[in-house]
Design a protein around this ligand. Structure first.
Ligand code: PSU
Ligand code: MN
Length: 305
């Protein structure tokens, strides 16, 4: 490995990692491909402020100028939000983007990879990718799940959107040995909704306990990360049946238009936003803030162990 050549960590983040201070990774696909411009600008900056408010340091990741970036300048954040010419980079795309100097937004999978290379153990996002509905035929299973099985980062999310097959996603995670922890909940959340109808493996009562579980897992030499499912705050929750109808409509449109592969998730997300007239976007922002807060608390606790 020749990481130094490719990994570019801001001095602030590098110093924090060396000193054992809490750092929280944040992804950029949620900015470039998951949220509309210019509304995503406020989000990108505020989510970093929230992490700082909890006593941790934010580390948004991206691929820019042939480097795996850990920590973005304000201009770089804006570039990712504009999203012009910014590709969506999962594990298979990383070397191509670095070698060719193209600008890439990092998904959950690639943010985990880069975080692990830098020595960051906790990452906050909105929702993870998973097994898509109909995967029995399409084999569309997000690379996020394989990454969770092999890369040692705890991923704080609001569960997964029910545009995925949540039952199969949880089965896949079980097979790959990935713990699914619910923060104060027995239910695996469905992004906009606090409950998906499926359970988590363990209800974890506090960030301290969550940190202890992560530390123990890695002390034992168990590879991979964990899904840390943090339900959307009640006041921002949307109605499950209404969202189900919207998601089904978006899935129908994707099928009609022959949308496939890596375009699927961004297509569905943008149509869900249109179909809900922005209400879903407001919830999306709030659940991501909530996850950033929780991830920071867990990172702070992890540093005490
Ligand atoms: N789910 C969301 N919002 C997102 C994503 C997923 O609700 O922005 C993004 C994340 O970056 C995730 C990626 O890692 O989509 C998964 O894409 P795919 O299904 O192509 O692996
Ligand atoms: Mn896919």
């Amino acid at each position: 490995m020749n990481l130094e050549k490719y990994l570019s960590i801001t001095p602030e983040i590098e110093a924090a990692i060396k000193a054992g201070k809490p750092v929280v990774a944040l992804e950029s696909t949620i900015l470039s491909h998951g949220m509309p411009y210019p509304e995503n600008m406020e989000f990108a900056h505020k989510v970093e402020e929230i992490v700082r408010g909890e006593g941790a340091i934010p580390a948004t990741t991206a691929i820019i100028g042939g480097k795996l970036k850990v920590g973005l300048t304000s201009d770089e954040l804006d570039l990712m939000c504009k999203g012009e010419g910014v590709g969506k980079v999962s594990r298979r795309d990383v070397a191509v983007y670095v070698a060719s100097g193209q600008i890439g937004a990092t998904t959950v999978a690639t943010t985990m990879m880069i975080a692990a290379m830098a020595g960051i153990k906790v990452f906050a996002t909105g929702g993870i990718g998973g097994v898509h509905r109909g995967a029995q035929e399409t084999m569309d299973i997000s690379a996020d799940l394989q990454e969770l099985a092999k890369t040692p980062v705890g991923v704080v999310c609001a569960g997964a959107k029910s545009l995925l097959d949540i039952g199969l996603t949880l089965e896949y995670l079980e097979t790959m040995g990935v713990p699914v922890l619910g923060m104060g909940t027995d239910d695996f959340p469905a992004f906009y909704c606090r409950k998906s109808g499926f359970g988590v493996d363990f209800n974890v009562e506090s960030p301290a306990m969550c940190a202890k579980i992560l530390k123990t897992k890695w002390d034992l030499g168990l590879e991979g990360g964990a899904v840390i499912a943090n339900p959307i705050p009640v006041e921002y929750e949307l109605d499950f049946d209404e969202m189900e109808a919207v998601i089904n409509k978006a899935l129908e449109m994707a099928k009609e238009q022959g949308i496939k592969g890596k375009a699927t998730t961004p297509f569905l997300l943008s149509h869900i936003k249109e179909l809900t007239k922005g209400v879903a976007f407001a919830s999306n922002v709030q659940l991501a803030y909530n996850n950033a807060r929780m991830a920071s608390k867990i990172a702070v606790e992890l540093c005490k162990l």
